[in-house]
Write a protein that binds this ligand. Structure first.
Ligand code: ADP
Ligand code: MG
Length: 623
């Protein structure tokens, strides 16, 4: 139930609602559990349910998000940011190869730091960009439900590492949302089919998620409120977009002029048509898609595609996803017949060949595809949010750590203290000793990952336990304790038990933000709110100037016979001066002083003319 709060004055405050958010690469959605029906529902407004994960920056840094921003992909690709999710928790180095595909600019100054996007002279990191999308979703929910939305469950791909999860959490914080939990997308999708809600039922589920630009297949074992990821395979460069590209290339191979298109906008237009053809033929297998493509130079090209053409274009993608499924089964050491349920996720699973593929591979199960594949993740997130808000006492959903955590031991080996899929919060301790006689310092290096050698895993941090009393090797008893809290924050403590020397560290993932940084970004947000006001005042001055130029010109045209030559010349000069300032978008104050100057100069004869007009009016004469 949504809580209703009443403040001291007796006014009814808005109800508070917790929501589930699917923050997608291509599209995002927000959902809630409607207390009236107890069912999860997608929150839609006049713009629809899907919020395209696209941000279009206007002049002065003001951003548009969603449907309205999408046209910017064609019109203003340099200031229209998409696929933010791919940048999350990544450095420039990680995505340099991907740069050519983006119409906007990413910055390569610090190769190892969090990647940044440049629009005009402003830089945005992926956390800020994700926060812009999340804030849009939050506000959409608040508008539609007429409620306050302060808490959310946000979903991420099962393969997201700790820093990407932390970045998502930080983005929520920046958007004014407390992220109750980061949930794996396949977990959320399963939940929306009711899988995992029954505590007594153990199940092995395969989730097939084919989105716009990513493919993931995950195998989950669900038992006692724990969704364990047995294996996850996928390709972050595989998805419905590949079908579009492939259809586009098919058209280009048929008509050479199309392969000569160079403008980003034209290529985008062709790609959008390829997508349209794909969607159309999926629903009309026996029809032919036809479109007349305008080349912009007066000539046109006929585009055609039938279902066979589409199938041929999509075949390589379908085969790759099939290989991924086989690999995921192998990794989980399972055979197809061990899978007890299959769940379909992602807009691209509407392509009819997907269902054929899955029914063929898993003939013994029914494939869960009744729920809208765009909405299934957000709906599941809403269910999880509802459970975490305490509205469903019958269900228990535990959080698990996605990757193993451990320390480096002799020879560069990874010694795991908290294995992956361990329930969190949790606390684990283990004893170690020194390997050298008289060793007084011990370096504790903390790693995350599944590999045997720490060099293959990701280093989270390190510290030195100092002041160990000199003893023969093997004698000191050093206890290392890992405590992982519900927010994924890891605290590591090392203590020499004989002497009581102790040292500890708190680990924040590498690309995550400290509270100070989040605070700083929030403050910057306020500062830019100031800048936005300045932009608006400037624009208002320009508008005022333009209007005055127009009025003064009209005034002169109408009343030239009532003004002397000097007045006409003086007015003209001032109009030209103001026009120049307007054209170069001069500073607000310069424009305003030119406006004042022109107004002051023309006022005496405007008044004189007014007198003429008034006396004429009094005489009943038209002028
Ligand atoms: P993401 O998870 O990456 O945000 P979505 O799950 O929203 O992506 O899927 C977007 C993809 O789904 C796009 O490639 C789009 O073309 C594709 N898609 C949407 N509807 C259909 C359809 N009816 N048939 C085939 N593909 C579709
Ligand atoms: Mg998705």
């Amino acid at each position: 139930m949504a809580k209703i709060k009443i403040d001291i004055s007796g006014k009814v405050a808005k109800p508070q609602v917790v929501v589930g958010i699917d923050l997608g690469t291509t599209n995002s959605l927000v959902a809630w559990v409607n207390p009236a029906s107890g069912a999860a529902e997608i929150i839609a407004d006049a713009m629809g349910a899907l919020v395209p994960s696209v941000i279009a920056f206007g002049d002065g840094g003001v951003a548009q998000v969603g449907v309205l921003a999408k046209s910017g992909l064609v019109d203003r690709p340099d200031r229209t940011v998409f696929s933010v999710k791919r940048l999350l928790g990544k450095s420039y180095k990680d995505i340099a190869a991907f740069q050519s595909y983006l119409g906007y600019r990413i910055i390569d100054e610090e190769k190892d730091a969090m990647v940044k996007v440049q629009v005009d002279d402003r830089f945005y990191n992926p956390i800020e960009l994700s926060a812009i999308i999340l804030r849009e979703l939050k506000q959409k929910a608040e508008r539609v439900l007429n409620a306050d939305v302060l808490q959310a469950v946000v979903t991420v791909p099962a393969y997201f590492n700790d820093s990407q999860r932390q970045a998502t959490r930080d983005a929520g914080k920046l958007a004014g949302l407390e992220v109750l939990r980061i949930v794996n997308e396949p977990t959320a999708a399963s939940l929306s089919y009711g899988i995992g809600l029954d505590r007594d039922k153990e199940q092995t589920v395969l989730v097939y998620d084919l989105g716009g630009g990513t493919f993931d297949v995950s195998i989950l074992k669900i038992e006692d409120g724990v969704f364990e990821v047995l294996s996850t395979k996928g390709d972050t460069a595989l998805g419905g977009d590949d079908i579009d590209r492939s259809v586009m290339m098919h058209w280009q191979s048929e008509q050479v002029v199309l392969s000569e298109l160079t403008a980003v906008g034209d290529v985008h237009r062709l790609r959008l048509l390829a997508e349209e053809a794909k969607v159309f033929l999926g629903a009309n297998e026996d029809k032919v898609f036809v479109h007349v493509f305008d080349l912009g130079d007066g000539s046109v090209v006929d585009l055609r595609l039938d279902y066979h053409g589409l199938e041929a274009a999509a075949r390589p993608l379908m085969l790759k996803t099939k290989d991924c499924i086989a690999a995921a089964l192998r990794d989980a050491q399972l055979k197809p017949e061990h899978i007890e349920a299959v769940v379909m996720v992602g807009g691209s699973t509407r392509y009819p060949e997907v269902l054929k593929l899955l029914s063929g591979m898993f003939p013994h199960v029914t494939v869960n595809n009744q729920i809208n594949p765009d909405e299934v993740v957000a709906l599941g997130a809403a269910i999880e949010a509802d459970v975490l808000a305490g509205n469903r006492k019958d269900v228990l959903l535990l959080d698990v750590t996605p990757l193993s955590l451990g320390i480096e031991t002799a020879g560069g080996l990874m010694d795991v203290l908290i294995p992956r899929n361990n329930k969190i919060p949790c606390k684990v301790g283990r004893e170690y000793t020194t390997s050298v006689d008289g060793q007084v310092n011990l370096m504790i290096s903390i790693y995350q990952g599944e590999r045997e050698m720490v060099s293959e895993n990701r280093k989270l941090g390190e510290f030195v336990l100092k002041g160990i009393p000199a003893m023969p090797a093997g004698l000191p008893k050093i206890e290392v304790v890992f405590a992982l809290d519900a927010d994924g924050l890891l605290k590591v403590q090392a203590k020499e038990l004989r002497s009581g020397v102790v040292q500890h560290i708190e680990i924040k993932p590498q690309y995550g933000l400290t509270d100070d940084q989040v605070e700083k970004m929030l403050l910057e947000g306020f500062q830019f709110a100031q800048a936005d006001i300045q932009t608006r005042l400037h624009q208002e001055a320009i508008n005022e100037g333009q209007q005055l130029v127009y009025l003064a010109q009209r005034f002169m045209e109408k009343n030239a016979n009532l003004m002397n030559a000097e007045e006409i010349e003086g007015t003209k000069q001032r109009i030209v001066a103001l026009e120049c300032l307007l054209q170069e978008r001069a500073e607000k104050d310069m424009i305003l002083s030119a406006v004042t100057d022109l107004n002051d100069y023309t006022r005496p004869f405007a008044e004189r003319l007014m007198d003429v007009a008034v006396s004429a009016a009094l005489k009943g004469k038209e002028i």
